[in-house]
Design a protein. Structure first.
Length: 135
């Protein structure tokens, strides 16, 4: 994501820092920003700041389900573990049991940086599958 667009969506401090290096525009470790960006483009606002696990707990835990295949546009959540810096992971369903995710940690060490990708909903190697919800 371009730094200019990233700054339009969220203040620079919300993107995080790694060793004093700004992570503006980096989606790894900022997974809630990926679905937020998609919904923002359609004119709908959903929570996008903070940790995925906190967004899930505060806004969606009561209505999320693990049954069935998430429909296109559903928010898909995974619990915290070491691979996501204990922040949880949020993705967006693209249909047919696939989810678009931005896994990883907020880091600038280039060893932990992962890129966005589309994976099977149940095949995400990042925390326990918590379920999906339509915002």
């Amino acid at each position: 994501m371009s730094k200019g667009l990233a700054r339009e969506l969220f203040p620079e401090a919300e993107w995080g820092y790694s060793g004093g290096v700004s992570l503006v525009g980096r989606l790894s470790g900022n997974s809630p920003k990926l679905p937020y960006w998609g919904y923002y483009a359609t004119g709908k606002t959903i929570p996008g700041a903070g940790k995925a696990i906190d967004i899930f707990s505060q806004h969606y835990a009561a209505t999320a389900t693990t049954s069935g295949i998430p429909p296109i546009g559903a928010l898909v959540f995974y619990g915290p573990d070491i691979t996501n810096g204990f922040q949880g992971l949020e993705g967006i369903s693209v249909g047919s049991g696939k989810v678009f995710i931005a896994p990883g940690k907020r880091t600038d060490d280039r060893n932990s940086l992962l890129t966005t990708r589309i994976v099977d909903v149940t095949g995400v190697p990042s925390g326990q599958y918590l379920g999906w919800v339509m915002p």
